[in-house]
Design a protein around this ligand. Structure first.
Ligand SMILES: Cc1ncc(COP(=O)(O)O)c(C=O)c1O
Length: 419
């Protein structure tokens, strides 16, 4: 029987962004198992030192006195108290943010946090006005495409593009275009950015925060790849905080995506609204992962291993892939890699590409290499822009051999595409 879906049901029962193309990718990978160079993965790698850390904390939890209470009881919607304390202590002692437990909310992964925020602060308000969720720099995380219950709510802005060296570029927020005003419900962006590896500078971040503060608009800074953990930052970057900032963390890129732990730090009025939203939607996040995270954060081990294991692993991969592209790609074609400033992806721009990103994706597939077409990474950008069909995302989770083989295959396709 076909369900009779509401308007919200129609929107939310469709997959958006990369999830919509994952079906094709999974079927392709299954069609000839073992034959593919997979540069499409969004899942972080399981690094042995990180897995060992989570195993140790799991064993301690199982053997310790709190196990029964952690898994056998409901808790506060705000989160598991020892994790909240660990977060408060960490950010006060390392960043001097002066927060209390009322400034922290734990969510089942950070995706749900953006869902709460987008629908608590965005959409039609009590006066009947549509308040927008502004993505100040597009492209950005594809998952933002699914978070608003009303499709009209999301509004993204084109960036400026700086060519910073031969075959290298960087996106910057375009303040001349960006509209943050009293029709804005909230601002949201990832820093470092999935898919591009861009890090919006401290000064530009502060400028966005100050602009939003004039209209009393909260700014959600998605720090899923930022320091202190997972610390996937390869450039100068300081977390920016303030009264209208909600600093958002995720434990997914530090080896715990299956446990679904997201953390919001912000003004207690914003946190309280999100906490109530969460209580209505899901009661609270799983306490098992929260209990492990409390230990890993308070011992300092999570930040330590992020710096010594996670960051160098992906930084090495980014350098290797960049060198492979410089070696393999034709010099006379206008290809540009985004400056590798963080996260776990490389972002390739094929300027003036005489076909679409999907066409190139299919041609690269014929070489037994899978990348991700770039067009799903522009959620909320309604205007036409050729650039949207000129980019590819390449995952740095692949092995060194696969990254090199993949770059060579992409170069073969690109050479043919431009003749
Ligand atoms: C930039 C960004 N934000 C948020 C998420 C969602 O992460 P979580 O697992 O915390 O829901 C991801 C996942 O890949 C991401 O890349």
């Amino acid at each position: 029987m076909q369900p009779h879906l509401s308007q919200i049901g129609q929107k939310m029962s469709q997959l958006t962004g990369v999830r919509a193309i994952m079906k094709d990718i999974i079927e392709t990978l299954q069609s000839e198992p073992g034959k593919w160079v997979n540069l499409s993965a969004g899942n972080p790698l399981i690094l042995p030192e990180i897995e060992a850390m989570w195993r140790d904390y799991t064993q301690q939890l199982l053997a310790g006195p709190h196990f029964g209470e952690v898994v056998g009881r409901y808790g506060a919607s705000q989160g598991y108290e020892p994790l909240i304390e660990a977060v408060v202590d960490w950010f006060n002692s390392h960043y001097g943010w002066g927060i209390t437990r009322r400034n922290v909310l734990i969510t089942p992964g950070s995706q749900s946090l953006y869902f709460y925020a987008a629908n608590c602060l965005g959409g039609v308000d009590a006066d009947g006005m549509l308040r927008k969720i502004v993505l100040p720099l597009s492209p950005d995380y594809t998952g933002y495409g699914g978070v608003t219950l009303n499709a009209e709510t999301l509004q993204a802005y084109k960036p400026t593009i700086d060519i910073i060296a031969p075959h290298r570029f960087k996106y910057r927020p375009d303040f001349a275009q960006m509209q943050i005003d009293d029709t804005t419900g909230a601002v949201l962006f990832s820093r470092p950015c999935n898919p591009t590896g861009n890090v919006i500078s401290d000064a530009e971040t502060q400028q966005i925060v100050d602009l939003a503060a004039q209209y009393n608009v909260p700014v959600f800074i998605d720090s899923a790849y930022a320091l202190p953990f997972p610390n996937l930052v390869f450039t100068e970057m300081t977390p920016v905080f303030g009264e209208n900032v909600v600093h958002c963390l995720s434990l997914s890129k530090v080896g715990l995506p299956g446990e679904r732990v997201g953390i919001a730090i912000g003004d207690e009025r914003n946190i309280h609204a999100l906490e109530c939203f969460q209580a209505n939607a899901s009661i609270h996040s799983s306490r098992y992962g929260q209990a492990l995270a409390a230990q890993a954060i308070s011992s300092g081990e999570l930040a330590r291993l992020s710096l010594s294991v996670i960051k160098p692993h992906y930084q090495r991969k980014a350098a290797l892939l960049t060198a492979a592209f410089d070696r393999e790609m034709p010099n006379d074609v206008p290809w540009y890699l985004h400056k590798a400033e963080g996260a776990i992806f490389a972002w390739l721009w094929l300027k003036d590409l005489p076909m679409t990103d999907w066409d190139v994706y299919r041609k690269i597939k014929q070489e037994h290499v899978i990348v991700v077409p770039g067009s799903p990474f522009f959620p909320g950008l309604k205007e036409e822009w050729a650039h949207k069909q000129q980019c590819l995302r390449i995952s740095l989770t692949a092995s060194e051999e696969d990254l090199e083989a993949g770059a060579a295959a992409i170069a073969r396709v690109v050479k043919k595409a431009y003749v």
